[in-house]
Every structure is written in C-alpha cells, then in structure tokens.
Design a protein around this ligand. Structure first.
Ligand SMILES: [Zn+2]
Length: 257
C-alpha cells in the first residue's frame, strides 16, 4: 500500500517537476519552460537565417536574445520586464559597453541570464583582415568577462558569439569552431534597428512570432521601443501559449540556481 502511494505521488509530482519553476510574486508569469545546453560539438552554428541548422526547439518554443548592450538607458527596463515574468534570455554584449557599465553587465548574470559575446566595438568582421577580426572578437571576450567575472580570458566563460550584422566569413567560422565557440545567428528578428513606436514594434514582432512559430528571436536591449513594449510582448506570448527556452553552455545546467 505504501509502495502504491509512493508510486502514485511520484506520478502526480512528475508533471509538476517538469513544468517551469514558480515565479515569486507573479503566479501568472510566462516563466522559463526549460534549459537547453548548447555545445559547438553538436551545434557549432545555429539560426536558419544564415546557417542550415538551428536549435532543437519544439512547437511554440522561443529563445530570446538581446544584442549590443549593456546600455544604461534601456537595459535595466529590459531586465525588469524579464524578471517580472521569470524569463531567462541571452545577452550578446559588446566589450566596450561592458567595460563602461560593469555593474549592469554583472546584473545580467546575477539575474540568471546567459552572458554571450558580440565583439568589442561592433566592427563588421568580414571587411577587415582575419587577424584584426580575431583581435576584435578576443577583446570582446576579454572585456565582457572582465566586467562580469573579474577575469580577462581568451576562452570565454560562455562560448557563445554572434557576428555584428551577421557578417561572418568561412575562415572566421572555422576558427571559432576550432575553439569550441557556438556561433548564433537568428531564426527571425524584431527589426528593432528601424525606428518605430513601441506599439508598431509589438505588432511587427508578434506577427513574426506567429509566422515562424519557434526559434531564436533577436532583439536589441539598446532600443527604447523594445524596452517599452517588452512587458506587453511577454504577456502576449503567455496568452498565445508560447514557451521560453533558456540556452546555456554544455555542462552549465547543473550549476544554475
Ligand atoms: Zn549588433
């Protein structure tokens, strides 16, 4: 009888354990559905806009990514919106911004997000020499990690990188793959580099979510229109049944709080 009860309670508990953790203060939160470990060994390049492969996502699963920060005028509002919904994202930071705003860079990590990399100063890397491009990439890794962890490393703590303007080259892609660094493109994006009102931004990105259904979505946490519409956007994702997947480096899942 005791064994049967134990089996029954295990069956009842399993769906709870598999669901997203509760969100303090917000029982209706969107939440983070699951954590996905990503490794260059299995997926060196992800994002169907530029590469043949993407992450293994199910229907209505979205990976949120934010480029070009940390930026004091807009990143705090983005982080507040994500925190309120217990949503975890990935921030592809610029080394020069992390260098200037290390407290904000550290908050991104402290809030449970993934600290990823986007060069030092946003140079378009396929227009400069390979040596100069590698220097720009490595300086970005070094300054991001110095701001966040207090250590400059050429092998970054999180080996995730996105090319500015998606401007990769075969030689640079090969070198990053040799170093075990995952290159993130995107499956779709918000086009938030184009000026528009927050409600126009909301409508545009929601239409793309519906069009693509799943994938890696690119925003910029440096854009006021994105920061302004993010709370409504996250609520709408919840209402329409979308789920958030948090990407982390291979082996990191067990270290998450
Ligand atoms: Zn960028």
């Amino acid at each position: 009888m005791i064994r049967n009860l134990a089996t029954l309670s295990a069956l009842l508990l399993f769906p709870l354990a598999a669901a997203a953790a509760p969100c303090p203060g917000n029982p209706q939160a969107l939440g983070t559905e699951r954590v996905l470990e990503v490794s260059a060994a299995t997926t060196p390049r992800v994002g169907r806009k530029h590469f043949p492969a993407t992450l293994p996502l199910g229907p209505k699963e979205i990976v949120l990514t934010f480029d070009d920060g940390p930026w004091p005028e807009t990143t705090p509002a983005v982080l507040d919106a994500l925190a309120k919904e217990c949503v975890r994202a990935s921030f592809f930071m610029l080394g020069m911004h992390a260098e200037k705003h290390p407290e904000l860079a550290r908050r991104i990590l402290a809030d449970g997000h993934t600290v990823a990399h986007h060069t030092y100063s946003h140079k378009i890397l396929n227009r400069i020499s390979i040596a100069a491009a590698e220097e720009e990439i490595n300086q970005g890794f070094a300054e991001d990690d110095y701001a966040v962890y207090g250590q400059r490393r050429t092998a970054p703590a999180t080996p995730f990188f996105r090319f500015p303007g998606f401007a990769s080259s075969p030689a640079l892609l090969d070198r990053l793959a040799q170093r075990g660094i995952v290159v993130f493109g995107a499956d779709f994006w918000a086009s938030d580099w184009d000026p528009m009102s927050p409600s126009q931004q909301f409508n545009l990105v929601m239409s793309r979510v519906e069009q693509f259904n799943r994938g890696i979505l690119l925003f910029h946490d440096t854009k006021a229109q994105t920061a302004a519409m993010l709370p409504d956007f996250l609520r709408e994702l919840k209402r329409r049944g979308y789920k958030i997947v948090h990407v982390v480096p291979a082996g990191a899942r067990g270290l998450l709080r």
